[in-house]
Write a protein that binds this ligand. Structure first.
Ligand code: NAI
Length: 336
């Protein structure tokens, strides 16, 4: 590739960006041949930090990184001509803040950024939303960014996916690379459903994983809540939310999306607009099992049988997402 890939990153002065930017600049995500042009956005108050990050990117002497690295607090500048857009920046939940207020604050940010993408990004840009509430922020963005195909607007469930994969490996004492086809369903929140029904390893065939992990009551009392609350666990320990693992997951999401999963049948989890599979409302941003094929294409795996145990969890996270979207929809109709 002789053209540099233009990668826009928002929230670029924050802690996930600090782990993600080196992955992008070093070729870990887009390959050792692909030149990268970074366009970084943060709020005006973070300008000096952002400038410092750019100094460090220069000092890294990354052969694949084009200079100068652009940094700005103007969305239209950061998104200009972007091929890949990573949206880390959002308004964090403050103590005592109601969900409604959080949705309202972020509704405005993702409306404005959706409109900016619509004006200046490439029409076939690939977008990943990470800033929370990720599913609903991605939904709001897609309402205002009509130029980019809806399927190109996704959000991050891969961190939850990786957490589950690693937990299964540790529980079974097997290599992480031997664990396949775990699934995260629904919202990137404590209602998500970490599902091992279709997971397998060389030792444990598909269909036997729930039993191998101790059966459904063990899953319900231990494995599922562990993953649902893992973000809170890291936050309590580090006094900061997951950043290194989030950056790794963003890299995994983008690499698989652009180049395809390692094998054709490998399942990964991505938050994407529902195509109506599994009774999930069409258009709702929901974490699904997907298979990725080279060239930025993915397909929702839509033919898995869902039993009563799984259905109950899926319904819970679906109900939460419907109510978030309803609130966001109310806000969006006020904004239009
Ligand atoms: P951070 O607080 O360290 O950085 C966020 C950055 O975004 C700050 O520099 C802030 O100034 C900037 N920002 C805020 N509003 C902005 C706007 N309108 N435009 C541009 N920049 C803006 O947060 P961190 O740890 O880097 O996390 C980023 C987001 O990712 C948070 O919302 C966090 O909850 C979310 N997250 C999501 C995960 C997922 O799996 N979906 C996993 C981990 C974090």
């Amino acid at each position: 590739p002789d053209r540099a890939l233009i990668v826009a990153v928002t929230g670029a002065a924050g802690q996930i960006a600090y782990s993600l930017l080196p992955l992008l600049a070093s070729g870990t995500v887009f390959g050792p041949q692909q030149r990268i042009k970074l366009q970084l956005l943060d709020v005006p108050a973070a300008e000096s930090v952002l400038k410092g990050v750019c100094c460090e990117l220069e000092d890294g002497a990354y052969p694949l990184l084009d200079h100068p690295v652009l940094y700005t607090s103007v969305a239209d500048e950061a998104f200009a001509g972007a091929d890949i857009v990573v949206l880390l920046g959002s308004f964090p939940r403050k103590p005592g803040m109601e969900r409604k207020d959080l949705l309202a604050k972020n509704g405005t940010i993702f409306r404005d950024q959706g409109q900016a993408l619509n004006r200046v990004a490439k029409a076939d840009a690939h977008v990943i939303v990470v800033g929370n509430p990720a599913n609903t922020n991605a939904w709001t963005l897609s309402q205002f960014c009509t130029k980019i195909p809806k399927e190109h607007i996704t959000a991050l469930a891969r961190l939850d996916h990786n957490r589950l994969k690693s937990l299964v490996a540790r529980k079974l004492d097997s290599a992480v690379s031997d664990v396949h086809n775990v699934i995260i369903w629904g919202n990137h929140s404590a209602t998500q459903y970490p599902d091992v029904t279709y997971a397998y390893t060389p030792q444990i065939v598909q269909g036997k994983m729930r039993a191998a992990l101790g059966g459904d009551s063990q899953l319900a009392s231990e494995v599922i809540p562990l993953i649902q609350k893992r973000g809170a666990e890291v936050l309590a320990l580090r006094k900061l939310s997951s950043a290194m693992s989030a950056a790794k997951a963003i890299g995994d999401h983008l690499r698989d999306w652009m180049f395809g999963t390692q094998t054709e049948n490998e399942i990964v989890s991505m938050i994407v607009p529902s195509d109506g599979s599994y009774g999930i409302d069409k258009g709702l941003m929901f974490a699904f099992p997907v298979q990725c094929h080279r060239g930025g294409k993915y397909r929702i795996v839509s033919d898995l049988r869902i039993d009563d145990f799984s259905r109950k969890y899926i319904e819970t996270t679906l109900a939460e997402l419907r109510s978030e979207r309803e609130e966001a929809m109310r806000l969006v109709s006020k904004m239009c």
